[in-house]
Design a binder for this molecule. Structure first.
Ligand code: FDA
Length: 392
């Protein structure tokens, strides 16, 4: 049996559902196909179950892409306020947690329920547990699944990136883009914990669980947020953020006392408490376990009053400019998103349509646009989905 429709959306995630509801509202007949048994699974697990669904500070500069201008058009035409209007219509209560990040007061389920209700209002036909067997072009598009064949003049690639394969992430959109002659930029795990080798990480393993605010820098980007030491290396928001800018062999720099002249802080502490040990002095400005480990590595035994200022200055330099070359990342299994993807040079920034293949669109994480941590990736999914849904 072949089902004829106006548009087929591959992927019932954030971007696919937004595309479908926008096109459905305009009277288009839309079929959404997904191999998962449930729609919007990443939405459900996002933000610790409360979905950090957008960020008030959304700005194109907070997205990585081969073309930093590409996201501007879609982001300008569907803003956080537009998503909030939809959230408001569905009576979903929300709050700002920090740094412009908006979360549901209740559950991420409310966001999925809202998207499904909006799709239902547009009579979108959502078909889950459908495995895509093959896609061909020609006169429109033909999608063969293990449960039937679908044909339409428009096809939307919305199956996301490669992150969290155990949740069904696949390279389907990238593969189909290549099949239709679109370029795909190299992909890498992003918003991901970084690992350290034995030389850097060995002494830090005992510090797993220690967390502190740092200024982390990599590849020209800087983030002042929390860092978490783990058994394998470094995590926490500051590290996830810089991971998107990290490449193999590149150093990251950490300031453990952001906003202070670390040497001056240590010298002043010595003046006030000359009889304390180095680890006690450091514990005044750093978490205790980290203070002990750093004192054991960088300070002599004995009261700080007997330490030359030069020793404290040297430690101050280490604390404010700690350079590390991560051994790697924890990979797609732990990455919140995928960097890279369908090359923006081959897409219209206004409609997300492929420049050379009439009727083909790509939205969301499958495209080479990656947001910072903090609701930016969902905002991109909503905005790119709306751009395509209004054009189909
Ligand atoms: P998404 O991955 O959501 O959807 C793709 C859909 O395609 C899925 O339903 C999948 O089953 C389907 N699919 C894949 N392969 C297929 C195939 N071969 N055949 C058929 N269907 C297929 N972002 C944010 O802004 N705020 C947050 O709080 C979080 N939190 C968060 C937590 C965790 C743990 C992760 C892993 C990620 C986040 N993110 C996030 C990132 C966010 O989830 C992500 O950027 C969006 O879900 C991307 O939306 P898409 O619709 O593009 O892909």
């Amino acid at each position: 049996m072949t089902i004829e429709t106006d548009a087929i959306v591959l992927g019932a995630g954030a971007a696919g559902l937004m595309t479908a509801l926008a096109a459905g509202r305009r009277g288009r007949r839309v079929v959404v196909l997904d191999h998962a048994a449930e729609a919007g699974r990443k939405i459900l697990i996002s933000g610790g179950g409360r979905c950090n669904f957008t960020n008030l500070d959304t700005d194109p500069a907070r997205f990585l892409s081969g073309n930093p201008h590409f996201a501007k058009s879609a982001l300008a035409r569907f803003r956080p306020a537009d998503f909030l209007e939809m959230i408001g219509r569905h009576g979903i209560a929300w709050h700002e947690k920090t740094l412009g990040q908006l979360f549901c007061d209740g559950s991420a389920r409310q966001v999925v329920a809202m998207l499904l209700a909006e799709c239902a209002a547009g009579e979108v036909d959502i078909r889950l547990s459908h495995r895509v067997v093959g896609v061909s072009g020609g006169e429109g598009f033909r999608v063969e699944t293990d449960r039937g064949v679908f044909r339409a003049p428009a096809l939307v690639l919305a199956t996301g990136g490669l992150s969290i394969p155990r949740m069904g992430a696949s390279g389907l959109s990238h593969g189909l883009a290549r099949q239709f002659g679109l370029r795909v930029t190299p992909t890498a795990p992003a918003l991901v914990p970084l690992t350290l080798d034995a030389a850097d990480g060995g002494w830090m393993r005992d510090l797993a669980g220690v967390s502190l605010e740092v200024l982390a820098q990599c590849g020209g980007a800087r983030f002042r947020e929390a860092m978490l030491l783990t058994h394998r290396g470094l995590s926490g928001p500051a590290i996830l953020q810089v991971s998107s800018y990290w490449e193999a062999g590149r150093a990251i720099s950490l300031n453990l006392l952001p906003g202070c002249d670390a040497g001056a802080v240590l010298r002043e502490a010595k003046r006030r408490r000359p009889r304390v040990e180095g680890r006690t002095l450091l514990a005044g400005v750093l978490p205790q376990r980290l203070a002990q480990a750093l004192a054991a590595r960088h300070l002599p035994e004995g009261p700080v009053g007997e330490m030359p200022d030069a020793v404290l200055n040297r430690l101050g330099q280490i604390l404010s400019g700690w350079r590390l070359v991560p051994a790697g990342s924890e990979g797609y299994a732990k990455a919140e998103v995928t960097r890279g993807g369908i090359d923006t040079r081959d897409l219209s920034s206004r409609t997300m349509a492929a420049r050379t293949v009439p009727g083909l669109y790509a939205v969301g994480e499958a495209v080479d646009v990656t947001g910072w941590l903090g609701g930016y990736n969902f905002q991109w999914a909503w905005a790119s989905g709306q751009a395509a849904g209004r054009a189909i």
